[in-house]
Write a new protein. Structure first.
Length: 274
């Protein structure tokens, strides 16, 4: 069976690995071919590919599950699913949804504490912790061994003093059964090191979604980070290249921006033509 959770779990035991995010089967195949040992999905990248914005309500549960299953079936390396906030508020419903996601054959999945509601951007702390605890129990009952990542979205939703909130919630998520902890948006090395220390010995994921001076794989590894993802960044790089070339055609009537395109031969080889 592909995407075995045991293989994904073993990657977290020591060292530091990069887990880039694919947004469709083609990007998944290409990334796997580069030798990465695991992939993640990206809810934002997938939404953009469907002509939708990055929001918790843009993609429904069933559509996301179908997308995740398609990525899993594309490659033989573990896939961690960006399962947003679990498509429910109630802990038991989130747990049921997570178990359904696990049945897609993923190596891992993440649950975040963002609500999608500007008036209450994060679930109350106790509810957020209970949601992770319920998912942990559901995954244990499933017997799949899927790696559970708990995300604190404090930086992304713009709450006051996100470091304080993350350093309070992430250890609580770890105690509730999360296997890996993640606070997307943190960039400060000192804060990253503080998160690593606060949840030790459990691993920490850091997202690098743009060029940050000095923030390299080696630097993050030295800070104790075990896993690095890139979120929607690669999909946005692709959109940037596409949009730039299309605008140049529209604005100048020239086609020189097409010069950097991959060839038919390269793409046909990548996607299996013999």
């Amino acid at each position: 069976m592909i995407n075995q959770p045991s293989a994904f779990r073993a990657l977290h035991d020591s060292g530091c690995f990069v887990m880039p995010n694919a947004w469709d089967p083609g990007s998944a195949k290409f990334l796997a071919g580069l030798g990465f040992r695991a992939l993640a999905t990206t809810s934002a990248g997938f939404a953009f590919s469907r002509g939708l914005p990055d929001s918790l309500s843009a993609i429904g549960r069933d559509q996301m599950l179908a997308h995740i299953a398609e990525i899993v079936q594309t490659t033989e390396i573990p896939v961690s699913a960006d399962f947003q906030s679990g498509y429910a508020r109630d802990p038991e419903r989130v747990a049921e949804n997570a178990a359904t996601c696990a049945a897609c054959g993923v190596g891992g999945l993440s649950i975040e504490d963002a609500t999608g509601d500007a008036s209450e951007p994060l679930y109350p702390r106790d509810l957020a912790v209970e949601r992770i605890r319920a998912v942990r129990k559901a995954l244990d009952r499933s017997g799949t061994g899927v790696v559970l990542t708990a995300r604190c979205e404090a930086w992304l939703v713009g709450v006051k003093d996100p470091a304080r909130i993350a350093l309070d919630r992430l250890p609580a998520f770890a105690d509730a059964g999360a296997d890996c902890l993640f606070a997307p948006g943190v960039r400060d090395p000192e804060t990253i090191a503080g998160i690593v220390k606060a949840v030790a010995p459990k691993p920490v994921n850091v997202i690098v979604s743009g060029a940050v001076p000095g923030l390299t794989v080696r630097r993050l590894a030295d800070l104790g980070v075990r896993r690095i993802s890139v979120g929607s960044a690669l999909s946005r790089v692709a959109w940037g290249a596409f949009a730039g070339a299309a605008r140049r055609i529209a604005e100048t009537g020239t086609f020189d921006a097409l010069e950097g395109a991959m060839t038919f031969a390269e793409l046909n080889t990548l996607f299996g033509m013999r």
